[in-house]
Design a protein around this ligand. Structure first.
Ligand code: UDP
Ligand code: MG
Length: 320
């Protein structure tokens, strides 16, 4: 199959990236010249000049489409908005900040086609990001994903991805779930592979994520693991914890009786045991409430397919 037969929809979420767009656009055009393609820029509520710059591209280039979201909905929602408008069968995603190199697209597409995969994920082997705020937390997140979620991919957080459009029917993104795309698909049995890609420093504009992301990703990982293992059978986890607490209660009660019989200790005068049981019950209840609400939220979004974004403008220049 020649390259010309492969049609690509390139989806790029961006938020305040005015200084990166010109170069990004020209690099993209260069890297896509062998393909039939469209570029869908999703302006995720930028407050700078990004939208005006994109409009200029679309005026002279019918391959450029712009989705302007009504406010900053976050990267996951922006991806989803772009996917919903994609018209071709192969989809590419990448960041707008030039940290990904569009020249890698070609070999990723080739890999997807040759190996007949559902998704190819970029692996930022030599990642050019700060150590403590990005590389270190990513290392642990990827360790967790490979150990506990069993997905053998080095760098699930790389935005540069190539995949077949069909997978989208099994993907619905909101919150921060774009970080788990490979895992979400892997858990549905899709074929995923990775290849090393170039990574560059961010030269212009600022990163949109600070330390708060680390906490969010940590909580997301717990949720994803929970949903993966227990969403269809929450009783395995909740019931398991309940059995565990029941047994602990019995053990502590036996201990209490033994202390009474052999050491003549006053049962009501032994507060430590009660305090620990009390604290344990509270944490148990909090955990249950957290997980139950997680299920409720996901039921709400997934069964109703409720939109996580609202589009203000959709520009499509049709004069071919
Ligand atoms: N981005 C977005 N909406 C947001 C935050 C980020 O569309 O709310 C875009 C951003 O413009 C960039 C990409 O997502 O194109 C990745 O963001 P960033 O480079 O800040 O992340 P980092 O590389 O620092 O992890
Ligand atoms: Mg970046």
């Amino acid at each position: 199959m020649g390259r010309r037969d492969i049609k690509l929809s390139v989806v790029i979420p961006l938020y305040n990236e005015e200084n990166n767009l010109d170069l990004l656009y020209s690099e993209l055009k260069e890297s896509l010249k062998d393909f039939e393609y469209e570029i869908i820029f999703v302006d995720d509520g930028s407050q700078d000049n990004s939208f005006e710059i994109l409009k200029k591209f679309s005026e002279s280039d019918s391959k450029v489409k712009i989705i302007q979201l009504a406010k900053n909905f976050g990267q996951s929602a922006a991806f989803q908005a772009g996917f919903d408008k994609a018209s071709y069968d192969t989809i590419i995603t990448l960041d707008a900040d030039l940290q990904n190199d569009p020249m890698d697209i070609e070999k990723m597409v080739d890999h997807l086609v040759e190996k007949n995969l559902d998704m190819v994920v970029g692996w930022r082997k030599k990642r050019k990001d700060p150590f403590f705020s990005k590389k270190l937390p990513s290392f642990f997140a990827n360790l967790f994903i490979s150990k506990f979620l069993k997905l053998q991919i080095h760098d699930t957080g790389c935005s540069l991805k190539v995949f077949r459009k069909e997978i989208l029917k099994d993907l619905y993104l909101y919150g921060q779930m774009h970080r788990f795309i490979p895992y979400l698909l892997f858990s549905k049995g899709y074929k995923i592979s990775e290849i090393p890609v170039k990574h560059r420093k961010r030269y212009r504009g600022k990163t949109k994520y600070g330390f708060a992301r680390i906490i969010k990703v940590l909580l997301d990982m717990i949720t994803v693991k929970f949903l993966n293992d227990f969403s269809t059978n929450p009783i395995y986890m909740i019931g398991g914890l309940s059995v565990f607490s029941f047994i602990s209660g019995i053990l502590s009660f036996i201990l209490l009786i033994l202390m009474k019989i052999f050491y003549q200790m006053d049962m009501t005068g032994n507060p430590l045991l009660l305090i620990s049981i009390f604290l344990f019950l509270i944490s148990l209840q909090l955990l249950m409430i957290g997980l139950l609400s997680e299920i409720l939220v996901r039921t709400y979004y997934e069964s109703t397919k409720k939109s996580v974004y609202r589009i203000k403008n959709f520009i499509e220049n049709d004069k071919k």
